[in-house]
Ligand binder design. Sequence first.
Ligand code: FAD
Length: 334
Amino acid sequence: MSTITSSIDASARSASPTFSFELYPPRSAASERQLLDSIEHLVDAGPEFISVTYGANGSSRSSSLSVLLRLLAETDVAAMAHLTCVGSSYADATRLIREFLDAGITSFLALRGDPPAGATESDSFLGDLGSAGELVQLIHRVQAERAPFTQQDVPGFPGAKRISHGDKVTIAVAAFPNGHPRSRSVEQDLDTLLAKEAAGANLAITQLFFEADDYLRFVDQARAAGVTLRILPGIMPVLSPQRLTRIVELTDEKLPTDLYRRLTAEDTTEGQAAVGIEHAIELSNAVIGIDRPGVHLYTFNQHEAVLAVLRGIGLLKTSPSSDRTIDHITKDYA
Ligand code: FAD
């Protein structure tokens, strides 16, 4: 079994809550410098894993991979690669998976990715893989072909080897507590998640949500439908009303009017940041102990706000090397 698989599985089994982070690849030299600084602080906090997003059309292939390689080379934290398959042929997707596996990545978040606006499912340029479940199967297949078996020493018999199954990969998938924008019903979302699990996914990470009940209800429905995957709640500290409106636009989630009102009621960026962090703390506290405890924090490539959330829920074991104030946090997010 690979180290990464072991570390994520072991965390899943442990009773104490875990946390993980999402980063995106930098788009400029300046944002790269800022990201490297944030990675240092995020790694210090001791996350279960750090995931790195991937552009739907493959645009971020090399920049995503370079962040992942840095995590692998310079830290002990498990690095999870998001991969999308919309627009890819089987051959393209196979090549991509092989490239990431060859680079040492053994933990993936398999996504279909969003088709370009205006596309219909019959458009051939959407590629060969119609769903994230198909990508999950393909990752397992490519890995099984690369490493069909492993050899292990037999204790007490020097030189003897035992053959066992090849290294397994960790494959996470996306889950949507408030329904995927293209879904027609809750049942369709639950069926999609069941299909991802049947395809071989071993972890689910949710789309961000703003009310604890959204997650709690979804987990209940998923368990009743037969989903057994661990379902990690995805939470983002949102530090300004402008950011909230943008996030809602991008994810098609409903605007959380209470949070929006609380953010707009503050006159200062510091006050707004404090509201956003407080909201993320309340949300994390309400969901973290529920489903094989853990929380996945969307970082926006900034460490201060998510570390403030972890501190608020009592999960920050190490003191962060820089304990910056809300004032600094808001300047970065503005
Ligand atoms: P699928 O599971 O294949 O489909 C999702 C839903 O779409 C299904 O529930 C179903 O309701 C609906 N659907 C799918 N096909 C059809 C159809 N033919 N007809 C009707 N409905 C259909 N995007 C990126 O580009 N890069 C990333 O790194 C990235 N990371 C993400 C991380 C997380 C945790 C989440 C939640 C999302 C992320 N996304 C990312 C966004 C994601 O790619 C989109 O939400 C995409 O639309 C769904 O991908 P999926 O893997 O859930 O696809």
